[in-house]
Design a protein around this ligand. Structure first.
Ligand SMILES: [Fe+2]
Ligand SMILES: [Fe+2]
Length: 307
């Protein structure tokens, strides 16, 4: 992370967090929004499959965590409320891609998204899946999983903000604005989930295990999601994503590499890790200052009472 010495010093640990009520119009976004790259498009589209249910689950879990945060931690409580507000808008916005950008162009994601919904509401729901978990332990464990996922959403948010190759490839500007607005807010609120975990549990080995489960599930989810979308895409006639499609996308700089993901894992597993040392709030805010969706939301937003 580099900033000019005269840049206004930002509080990387506690920037102000508030939702931006963005809206997106999908009528002009083609199904293959990276021109000539349908498979790479579907690798990234996996996000739209996972995030609506996933981020609604974050909000559900944090509703239970919020009352457990100590009364004297008003700053953290305020950040958690801001975090929940941002994640709720993210979920809604990615749902819009499924309902409009995909479904209206003949690609039906619902058979798979119903399973993903089940995974988050039942498998990762409020009932502990094993007798070793008390209700509280199970809550702490889920907060640990969210902390690990939020590390990846932040570093991937930074990645998408910096991914000039996607612009050079002619990626659709509305889709890029959705991904970069979301990525920028992930960078902005990147410390919240970790701070909540540290406050409520803070046990290193549990953080390690929770992260490991999330890290194994992620590449699997990307493959299953991309394979489903390729199979159901009316223009692809049952094409299957192959390793060489992934390698080609990485070489072009339009998809993050395994090396990037492994480096991020090593960073998160350091004992002295704190998200404030990763990514750049300045870059995130710079993008949000020019994002068409964020600017339109700012024009219609009433002044925030807790600013
Ligand atoms: Fe999010
Ligand atoms: Fe997030």
């Amino acid at each position: 992370m580099s900033e000019s010495p005269d840049a206004v010093r930002l509080d990387e640990r506690h920037p102000h967090i508030t939702p931006r009520r963005v809206k997106f119009d999908w009528t002009r976004t083609p199904l293959h929004w990276i021109p000539g790259e349908p498979v790479a498009t579907h690798f990234i589209n996996t996000l739209h499959l996972l995030l609506p249910a996933g981020e609604r689950w974050f909000v559900h879990v944090y509703k239970q965590a919020l009352p457990l945060i100590a009364e004297d931690q008003e700053q953290l409580r305020r950040e958690v409320r801001g975090f929940m507000g941002q994640e709720a808008v993210h979920a809604y916005s990615h749902q819009g891609v499924l309902d409009h950008q995909m479904l209206e162009q003949g690609l039906d994601p619902r058979p798979l998204t119903r399973r993903i919904e089940w995974m988050f509401t039942v498998l990762l729901g409020d009932r502990p899946p094993l007798p070793v978990f008390t209700r509280r332990r199970w809550l702490d464990f889920r907060i640990g999983i969210i902390s690990g996922i939020e590390h990846y959403t932040a570093v991937l948010g930074q990645w998408i903000l910096d991914a000039r190759a996607l612009d050079e490839a002619g990626a659709d500007p509305t889709m890029m604005d959705l991904l970069r607005w979301h990525g920028a807010e992930e960078v902005e609120h990147r410390s919240v989930a970790f701070d909540v975990y540290q406050h409520l549990s803070g046990v290193y080995w549990r953080r390690f295990i929770a992260f490991f489960i999330g890290a194994v599930a992620m590449p699997l989810a990307v493959y299953v999601g991309a394979a489903y979308l390729c199979a159901k895409d009316p223009a692809l006639h049952g094409v299957r994503p192959r390793l060489r499609d992934y390698r080609r996308a990485v070489r072009r700089g339009i998809f993050p590499s395994n090396r990037f993901m492994l480096t991020a894992a090593r960073t998160y597993l350091r004992r002295d890790y704190h998200p404030s040392a990763e990514c750049s709030t300045r870059k995130a805010l710079d993008y949000l200052a020019t994002s068409p969706a964020a600017l339109a939301a700012a024009r219609t937003r009433p002044p925030s009472p807790d600013r």
